[in-house]
Design a protein around this ligand. Structure first.
Ligand SMILES: [Cu+2]
Length: 274
């Protein structure tokens, strides 16, 4: 990408990360984003970040979302049944052996739905970090979970608890150097120095081409992914201010709505039809 292309890409990325429409005001401000290496890009980033007002709302809302679906579990993947590693791959759970986009639970709950919040136009969330480690495993020949969320401050590890070799090709945003491709031996794991980005990263394995997953690593912790019951809990979300609530599923894309959360529990029931 040439220098002008880099500038445009950098500017567009910042507009996306900040959740604010781009404008032509002269950039001002002095905050320095981490991980930004190009001086020309940094000037633009500083300007955009400097213009955003930090939200001062209390973070005392708890968001509970239950997602149901009419989808049924898909067929066993044909390439998996024909692969040289099939004895290991076919030892996986029913979900692991099948197409991963739609994974309904027994009670109609839908796994791998991601819900996150975005600050209103012109505002940004205050920095907030979460402790601990997020991980994705390859117990047989699928990524488990299929969709993982990595919050700011969390470490990220790709595990291989299976008996075969996997590689884990992670494709992220090129402008923040967020792509990786570790080869991970049976029983081993690879720590990944993931940077935050707004769009999900892809994870795949070239040894088992049907293997795929998604990694969400936003710059804020107001995000969660549904478990096998279709349930998501997101604690410590700002209350009393209008936020954009985004609901994403791999098979359906995104829907957005504006919400103002109250202190304590805020429950939402959502249905995603195939
Ligand atoms: Cu693999």
């Amino acid at each position: 990408m040439n220098r002008i292309g880099s500038l445009v890409a950098g500017f567009a990325l910042v507009a996306l990360l900040s959740g604010c429409p781009s404008n032509k005001d002269a950039p001002k401000g002095d905050s320095t984003p981490k991980g930004d290496k190009a001086p020309a890009d940094k000037k633009v980033v500083e300007g955009k970040k400097g213009k955003l007002e930090e939200l001062t709302a209390k973070t005392d809302a708890v968001v509970k979302v239950k997602v149901t679906t009419d989808a049924k579990l898909g067929d066993v993947i044909k390439a998996l049944e024909a692969h040289g590693d099939k004895s290991v791959c076919l030892a996986g759970t029913e979900e692991e052996k099948r197409e991963q986009t739609w994974i309904p639970g027994k009670d109609g709950g839908l796994a791998n739905v991601v819900v996150w919040f975005e600050a209103p136009a012109g505002k940004k969330f205050a920095d907030a970090k979460v402790e601990g480690t997020a991980s994705i495993d390859q117990p047989h020949c699928a990524f488990v979970p299929h969709v993982v969320v990595v919050k700011p401050g969390q470490k990220f590890v790709v595990k291989n608890s299976s008996k075969v070799l996997h590689n884990s090709k992670i494709t992220g945003d090129a402008s923040v150097d967020n792509s990786f491709n570790p080869t991970i031996k049976a029983g081993d794991e690879a720590p990944i120095d993931l940077k935050s980005q707004r769009d999900p990263l892809d994870i795949a394995c070239s040894i088992h081409p049907w293997m795929s997953g998604k990694i969400f690593a936003p710059s804020h912790p107001y995000i969660g992914v549904s478990d096998d019951k279709g349930e998501i809990t997101i604690p410590n979300v700002p209350s009393g201010v209008e936020l954009k609530m985004v609901i994403w599923h791999e098979g359906k894309g995104k829907t957005e709505e504006t919400v103002t959360l109250k202190a304590g529990d805020n429950s939402f029931d959502k249905k995603i039809t195939k």
